[in-house]
Design a protein around this ligand. Structure first.
Ligand code: ATP
Length: 245
């Protein structure tokens, strides 16, 4: 599975927001997309998962133009965890997770087993009957990750998948996604986390993809000061690691 963006531009309300973005995620790669607030990351992600159309350029998954795929074919290839966690869904957690199976033929027993396993993996095991609307922000986010897992796609698009999570759950989700070995493009804000978890990252600024490559090559103090306007200093820092529970 390979995601390929070439020369992608996006306009919103007539305003150019993303300019000629080139970006690739290869099979099994974990790629982060970073950049300051308002630089166009979510707009680019929304264009990849077809909530928006590009004004120019091409987005392909395994060589096929994503904007020409049927809804079902697209949902079998790509799972999305978007930034907005829908709050008012009047469904149980089990029902929300089961939505991930919509692109496939229903197989009741096997699907329930899949849901149970996915909920276990995100730390919500046994929570099928809970009301989705009653979950905390972080629990909702994890339920939506479980929904993406049962979709069993080879490409995952995650827009700030850990924004509502405490440090332990952030690390667990990032480890989980890495261990899946599924091609992943994730918008992350924490540069240290991005550097620790991703194979490669792209840096966006003012609607452009400025740089891409392995974190140690891309995240130089010069680039960080240019893009974020802060001075980056490399020093020994407190490192959080997941405990084996
Ligand atoms: N519907 C819209 N019409 C016009 N401009 C918009 C619209 N939606 C978003 N924008 C603008 O597009 C720019 C990029 O927004 P986007 O949400 O893609 O940024 P982002 O990098 O994801 O930011 P953040 O890190 O804050 O989530 C912002 O300046 C925003 O104000």
């Amino acid at each position: 599975m390979r995601l390929d963006l070439s020369g992608v531009s996006v306009r919103l309300d007539g305003r150019p927001i993303v300019h000629e973005a080139d970006l690739v995620v290869d099979d099994g790669e974990f790629v982060a997309l970073v950049g300051p607030n308002g630089c166009g990351k979510s707009t680019l992600m929304r264009t990849i998962y077809r909530a928006l159309r590009p004004s120019a350029g091409l987005i392909t998954v395994d060589g096929d133009d994503v904007h020409r795929l049927s809804w079902r074919e697209s949902a079998r290839r790509t799972a999305v965890v978007a930034q907005e966690t829908p709050a008012e869904l009047d469904f149980t957690v089990g029902e929300v997770v089961l939505m991930g199976r919509t692109p496939y033929e229903r197989a009741a027993a096997a699907d329930e087993e899949r849901c149970a396993r996915a909920l276990d993996r995100v730390g919500l095991g046994g929570g099928e009957e809970r009301g989705y609307a009653t979950l905390s922000g972080g629990e909702k986010q994890r339920a939506l990750i479980a929904r993406a897992l049962v979709q069993e796609t080879r490409l995952l698009l995650l827009d700030e998948p850990t924004s509502h999570l405490d440090i332990r759950h952030q690390l667990e989700i990032l480890h989980l996604v890495r261990e899946l070995g599924v091609a992943t493009l994730a918008v992350l804000h924490d540069l240290n986390q991005a550097a620790a978890f991703c194979d490669r990252l792209y840096v966006m600024s003012a609607g452009r993809v400025l740089a891409g490559g392995p974190p140690e090559q891309v995240l130089t103090p010069e680039l960080i000061s240019q893009v974020y306007g802060v001075r980056a200093v490399r020093r020994t820092q407190l490192v959080f690691e997941r405990l084996a529970l």
